[in-house]
Write a protein that binds this ligand. Structure first.
Ligand code: B16
Ligand code: MG
Length: 223
């Protein structure tokens, strides 16, 4: 029997639609290697660290870089990405998120961020939602990127909550695998075909209604 006392949110693609800007920035970088990054291949980059993303793109492009060029493109990608999101503000919070965060606060559920992004805190500050979160674990604090469970386990540990009492909201297959590896309840956000395994799947947060939240957070679950 599980009682969920903590909710851990991925950032990009769950709280805010920055996932598309990561895609556009990587598409520009990939064009330097003569490679056209498709939306389908972009799924492999979601939830994955910047370094790992570049390695995946180089493998797909059949291209090789020396260390200096590798670091140059990592820096370049982040510059392009930061330029895309320079005007990001609370209007960019995805529909249904604030309603969910307010619900969780009202029920005294712990709330955390588990993001692979090194820009996570900067974005959360721009969105003006910092006070909702009891912990923020981002790409600066982890060694192993999703699907490794490190980012979520660090979050639950910081909050003093057992992994089995945590619910994770994630839009990437690697993130859902990380949540499952952490033995947390994994809620996939997106269409079911994108995920290999999950506990529940919702197209977006507007589809998560109050009775779903009640089932997850106020009743004992038998998952
Ligand atoms: P950065 P999430 C992840 O964030 C993105 O999904 C992934 O596409 C990106 O490569 C990664 O952050 C690293 O981001 O370059 O900003 O450090 O989905 O785990 O919140
Ligand atoms: Mg994501």
């Amino acid at each position: 029997m599980k009682i969920h006392t903590c909710a851990l949110f991925d950032l990009d693609g769950v709280i805010v639609d920055t996932a598309n800007y990561h895609f556009l920035a990587w598409k520009k970088i990939a064009s330097n290697f003569g490679f056209e990054l498709s939306k389908e291949n972009n799924e492999k980059l979601k939830g994955v660290s910047r370094t790992k993303c570049l390695n995946i793109i180089l493998e797909l492009s059949n291209f090789d870089l020396n260390e200096n060029s590798f670091n140059y493109y990592l820096k370049k990608k982040n510059e392009i990405y930061l330029d895309y999101i320079k005007n990001i503000n609370s209007e960019n919070i995805l529909p249904g998120i604030l309603k969910t965060l307010n619900y969780l606060k009202e029920k005294n559920i712990m709330i955390g961020i588990g993001s692979a992004s090194k820009n996570a805190r900067f974005i959360i500050e721009k969105l003006k939602i910092v006070p909702f979160f009891d912990v923020i674990v981002d790409g600066n604090q982890i060694v192993n990127s999703k699907p490794d469970p490190e980012v979520f386990l660090k979050g639950s540990k910081a909050l003093g909550v057992l992994p089995e009492n945590c619910v994770v909201f994630e839009d990437s297959d690697s993130g859902i695998q990380a949540a499952k590896a952490a033995k947390m309840t994994a809620i996939a956000i997106g269409t079911p075909d994108k995920f290999s395994n999950y506990d529940f799947c919702f197209t977006n947060f507007l589809k998560i209604v109050k009775s779903d939240l009640d089932n997850l957070f106020t009743s004992k679950n038998y998952i």
